[in-house]
Design a protein around this ligand. Sequence first.
Ligand code: ADP
Length: 285
Amino acid sequence: DISKINVIFGEVTEILNRKDMQRPSVVTQQINGNDITFSHVSFGYTNDVEVLHDISLEIKANTVNALVGPSGSGKSTIAKLIASFWDPKQGMITFGGVNMQDIPLDEYNRLIAYVSQDNYLFNLSVMENIRLGKPNASDDEVIQAAKNCGCHDFIMQLEHGYQTIVGDAGGHLSGGERQRVAIARAILKDAPVIILDEATAYTDPENEALVQASLAKLVQGKTLLVIAHRLSTIANADQIILIHGGRVEAKGTHSELLKNSSLYQQMWYAHIQSKDTEEGEATYA
Ligand code: ADP
């Protein structure tokens, strides 16, 4: 026990010793629109290993954008930088023309919803878990968000409906139900930019179609950045950004990349030969 405590103590101390993010507490600059840009951004989780190298890209408001590339290439890291979980080591990220580091975190959090495969549910009621998306929402607004993403029926079948306590980390719900509650939370938040970490594999196949339908509702009319593991879901995206070894290898539409990038060609042909591409698969664009 003492050796376990030592390890945990070391990890907690390391987190406590990290420097706080420097952000202003009040808005000082007008944010114009929802375009996001990276200009010569480099980043590493530690000082000695750089994970992203000189990334420049533009995500235009109200477009569908996909990050694709081999595992470990840096896609999630780019998404986490956009979500402002970390600051770049070099270069600048702007949102609506303003350096992200000049936007107060509260304000910034309103602009972005990050939906991943492992969204955390707290040991509260379903109602309160969804309400986290917009803390001052009324019960009616919460229920409306649940209805919008097709969650209402399964919630009403739970023992205490919206007042059902979901258990530690949502353990009383199935994987698919947890995902849909997390999506309802993001719908309620109604942020203009959605970052979506697409599931590699659904743990809960019977819920896959329902999850996909909820996601389609969530991303309607928004700026979408999806970390895509299944290329067929994003073949119609406005922009596909191919990341390889922490660099932007190529950018463009699906047909442009098929023409210009041998890596994308390889990934695409490997994908269409795999069993993932069953007919009727949902797409985001
Ligand atoms: P992808 O999403 O393309 O699979 P990631 O952005 O998750 O790639 O990872 C890029 C690189 O950063 C990998 O080498 C990975 O090991 C490293 N990495 C990811 N998260 C962390 C972290 N929290 N701490 C240290 N290294 C990390």
